[in-house]
Design a protein around this ligand. Structure first.
Ligand SMILES: NC(=O)c1ccc[n+]([C@@H]2O[C@H](COP(=O)([O-])OP(=O)(O)OC[C@H]3O[C@@H](n4cnc5c(N)ncnc54)[C@H](OP(=O)(O)O)[C@@H]3O)[C@@H](O)[C@H]2O)c1
Length: 241
């Protein structure tokens, strides 16, 4: 049992996978969550190949009971969760008022806002009892600066993660718990396939890589316990005029 366990949602792909591999290199035991068991198992194998420990715990973050039982399973099999990386996220190609769909709006809200709340809620009592915990919420550049093409549901839910993190720091720092609102700009990942216009190879080459964000997550997780990184904004270098 190792209380340094890191639980990552959205761990099967993109930034979640990159954060997992970075945390494995830092020697942390990992619990990997997302909806697709097969991609989680692939990442778990990559972690084991690095000499690390990984447990795939498939779940849908919008399923509150599944989140609760996953938290209990992780505690039993890997020990208390010391760090959370919340990377599971959703956007829809129809993201303008002229074409958005209310069911999709609700799904984005359930995934991007209530999902993180549910996972955090499941681990906070244990973190409080142990007097330590780090929570990295992968938000978005569009939460830091209004981005007109991100869509109403995505912009609103990601922007709400800022105050979510701020309340955690205001109320839980005294219990040894700290949180970071991590706001990446464009990252070349599967997520871009859900844009109304899917970017091509040339556009993607100018973006951040998931590994860039994985390194930033590692920086937050490995900072000394008295350091709170409230917000971290990372963007690709600007092309200039
Ligand atoms: N790519 C960008 O340009 C960009 C920029 C800023 C912020 N972000 C944010 O960064 C985070 C990671 O995105 P990414 O770029 O790494 O894309 P990604 O590879 O598509 O990762 C998203 C992950 O979320 C998981 N997921 C989605 N819905 C879920 C649910 N209901 N329950 C559990 N897991 C769920 C997906 O796995 P399953 O499908 O297997 O569940 C997937 O592994 C997201 O929160 C996204 O909003 C992305």
């Amino acid at each position: 049992m190792d209380a340094r366990t890191v639980w990552i949602t959205g761990a099967g792909t993109g930034m979640g996978r990159a954060a997992a591999l970075a945390a494995a290199r830092d020697g942390r035991p990992l619990a990997l969550s997302g909806r697709r068991p097969e991609v989680l198992e692939e990442v778990a194998e990559e972690v084991r190949a690095l000499g690390g420990t990984a447990l795939a715990v498939p779940l849908d973050v919008t399923d509150r009971l599944a989140v609760r039982s996953a938290a209990a399973q992780i505690e039993e099999e890997l020990g208390g969760v010391e760090a959370l990386v919340l990377s599971a996220g959703l956007n829809a190609p129809r993201r303008y008022w002229r074409d958005q769909d209310l069911d999709e709006f609700a799904a984005i809200t359930e995934t991007n806002l209530l999902g993180p709340v549910s996972v955090i809620d499941a681990v906070l009592p244990g973190m409080r009892a142990r007097g330590e915990g780090t929570i990295v919420v992968i938000s978005s550049y569009s939460a830091w600066r209004f981005s007109p093409d991100a869509g109403a549901a995505y912009s609103a839910t990601k922007t709400a993660l800022g105050p979510l993190v701020a309340t955690l720091n205001a109320q839980e720092n005294r219990h040894g718990i700290r949180a970071c609102h991590l706001c990446p700009g464009d990252v070349d990942s599967d997520f871009l396939d859900r844009r109304p216009q899917v970017p091509g190879a040339q556009e993607r080459a100018a973006m951040l890589t998931p590994q860039d964000v994985g390194r930033a997550v590692s920086f937050v997780l490995t900072s000394p316990p008295h350091v709170v990184i409230d917000e971290l904004v990372i963007s690709p270098a600007k092309p200039g005029p």
